[in-house]
Design a protein around this ligand. Structure first.
Ligand code: AHG
Ligand code: MN
Ligand code: MN
Length: 335
């Protein structure tokens, strides 16, 4: 039998890859692993909510029952705050970033961005959800509080990024820019165990993932590309949780699209919390990620924390093909 490698062990082993590492990043990744276990426990209980009672916002014992996305947000913030390993947090659930005061003998050089619960509309129906995170080195003076510029960095500046998928099993996948590794939570020992070493995305795949219900609201070049996917008899899969949809594509190959629609003229997904971290992971696994206007996602300069982006992410040959369709069929190319 292979020896089990836990997430903590693996992170510590990998610290040696960074000769001047102080252990802060290691600590941060471990904190995120702990928060993921706490959120996982709550996600697994979500189906019991109707038994325990939530109609008036409280359970039968009189405790207030929180919405799971807010609960996940609170737990991530608590874990990161208490450890003192980061100097600030920005979350999809908070309007502004949250500076974290330095602990007595510790100044931290990292900030963390996250989407605490992705695909939250799936919770009520027992379908997969996730957490997405990214870690940046701060730009501001370490002797003071963190500033907005620490969070508005391009994806190319990410030091680490990853996601947790609360699915049939719970999986944590992350990269520090040296490949992508996946860990499955073994509930019997409460540890994330290395289960997928050096993940590589297939060059092509049989899946495409897009909200086809918006087809008529997409630009003509995107409709052409979607028709092409259908002509190729690709299988359409759309869970409505970007983490879950991108996860399938990372492992089995394919393309995930969230183009601009009439309602979301700049796309729906958040550049800082969703697109950048997942793009870093997918690129590290050999994939590609571009906007539907053909800019590499990781090269986009964020102007605001909650900025949205369009995205086409997945197997490299399929993203290239989508690019060819845009180049060929966009109205700008036709006239
Ligand atoms: P969140 O639950 O964090 O708000 O994210 C939901 C996102 C994303 O995960 C998913 O791919 C997309 O919204 C689904 O949007 P549509 O329902 O518009 O397809
Ligand atoms: Mn989300
Ligand atoms: Mn969310």
């Amino acid at each position: 039998m292979n020896r089990i490698v836990t997430l903590d062990e693996f992170i510590i082993q990998r610290q040696k890859d960074f000769p001047f590492a102080s252990g802060e990043l290691t600590g941060l990744l471990r904190d995120i692993g702990v928060a993921a276990k706490i959120v996982n426990r709550e996600v697994n209980k979500a189906g019991l909510v109707s038994i325990l009672g939530v109609a008036d916002g409280s359970n039968t014992s009189g405790d207030t029952v929180q919405k799971l996305d807010l609960y996940a947000n609170e737990k991530l913030i608590d874990c990161l705050k208490n450890s003192g390993e980061c100097c600030g947090i920005a979350s999809e659930e908070n309007e502004d970033f949250i500076p974290i005061p330095a602990l007595a003998d510790k100044t931290s050089k990292y900030v963390v961005v996250f989407d605490p619960l992705d695909g939250s509309s799936n919770i009520d129906v027992n379908v997969s959800v996730g957490t997405i995170f990214g870690i940046y080195r701060r730009k501001s003076d370490p002797s003071g509080p963190c500033t907005l510029e620490d969070f508005l960095q391009k994806g190319t500046e990410l030091v680490a990024a990853g996601y947790v998928l609360y699915g049939t099993s719970t999986l944590l996948v992350y990269t520090t820019g040296r490949g992508v590794n996946g860990f499955t939570l073994d509930p019997s020992i409460g540890e994330f165990c290395l289960s997928h070493r050096d993940i590589q995305i297939p060059a092509r795949g049989h899946y495409y993932s897009v909200n086809q219900g918006y087809y008529l609201k997409f630009d003509v070049e995107m409709r052409r590309y979607i028709d092409h996917c259908s002509d190729l008899n690709l299988r359409l899969r759309y869970i409505g949780s970007m983490v879950s949809d991108v996860h399938r594509i990372l492992f089995q190959g394919g393309i995930f699209l969230y183009p601009n629609t009439r309602k979301y003229q700049h796309g729906k997904l958040r550049l800082v919390y969703e697109c950048n971290p997942l793009s870093f992971v997918v690129e590290q696994a050999g994939g590609k990620s571009i906007s539907c206007q053909l800019q590499r996602i990781l090269d986009i300069q964020p102007e605001t924390l909650h900025q949205r982006a369009t995205i086409a992410i997945g197997s490299p040959e399929m993203v290239d093909e989508m690019k060819e369709f845009v180049e060929k069929y966009s109205p700008a190319a036709l006239y």
